[in-house]
Ligand binder design. Structure first.
Ligand SMILES: [Zn+2]
Length: 248
């Protein structure tokens, strides 16, 4: 049975909150706005001070996933608001068994660079260790297109991926866990697909964020599939897999 602290991974919070809600919530957490009234494995109650007002956030282990409430008017609509984000980030940081693996106490996701100094590459996400990851520490995918700025805006603003400044404003985006398959083919090559857990929900969310350039869904034995038409004519597959997925 997972605990609340197990269910508040950074990528989960990003998928639940709006990009603005996520950014504001993280700011609140970083400002020390969160205090805990209860910190149990199944229930966490936090008070988030926002602009002088206290908001009470409950995070609980729901059926297989995170459940939450916020005391703010409208919080009962079920939005994963900035207060929920702030409480969840602090929960992640303070989880007792996380302290041993995260020296900075922050989620293991590269953060946007704040200073002028170029940052080195992203820190390895949740450092995969153990026999299933010999000398490889990650997968670096590259898209090529005539309008890099628009492509970057899709990943940074529409998808809301965190990034690090690799130098002179060149962003490298954080991605969820990767996997690699090999298909027999006459012509050597590479392919790139994004994965999601619920294609309908993902496309609805993309639409809500103003992105509608995707092909009709087609059903394959291995998943439900579409193609995203990204700026500059770049095509990128997106599918909800039906196949098993490896875990690190
Ligand atoms: Zn709230």
């Amino acid at each position: 049975m997972p605990s609340v602290a197990d269910l508040v991974e950074d990528q989960v919070l990003r998928s639940l909150a709006s990009p603005e809600g996520y950014a504001t919530g993280r700011l609140l957490a970083d400002q020390g706005a969160v205090t805990f009234e209860q910190f149990g494995p199944m229930v966490v109650r936090a008070v988030v001070a926002d602009d002088g007002e206290p908001y009470v956030v409950d995070l609980r282990v729901g059926p297989g996933k995170l459940a939450w409430t916020c005391s703010e008017p409208g919080g009962s609509r079920g939005d994963f608001c900035r207060h929920c984000v702030a409480a969840a980030i602090e929960t992640w940081r303070r989880a007792p068994d996380r302290a041993a693996t995260s020296t900075a106490g922050a989620p293991p996701v590269p953060q946007p660079a704040t200073g002028a100094a170029p940052q080195p590459g992203p820190a390895p996400a949740a450092a995969p260790t153990g026999p299933s990851f010999p000398p490889i520490s990650g997968l670096h995918a590259i898209l090529f297109g005539p309008d890099a700025d628009e492509l970057r805006a899709f990943f940074g603003q529409t998808l809301g991926l965190a990034s690090v400044d690799a130098g002179e404003g060149w962003p490298i985006f954080a991605m969820p866990p990767a996997e690699l398959a090999v298909h027999p083919a006459d012509v050597p090559g590479q392919g790139l697909y994004l994965l999601c857990d619920d294609l309908d929900a993902t496309l609805a969310e993309l639409t809500r964020r103003g992105f509608r350039s995707f092909a009709p869904i087609h059903e394959e034995a291995w998943g439900r599939v579409t193609e995203l038409a990204l700026p500059g004519g770049v095509e990128l597959g997106l599918y909800q897999p039906r196949h098993p997925r490896p875990t690190g």
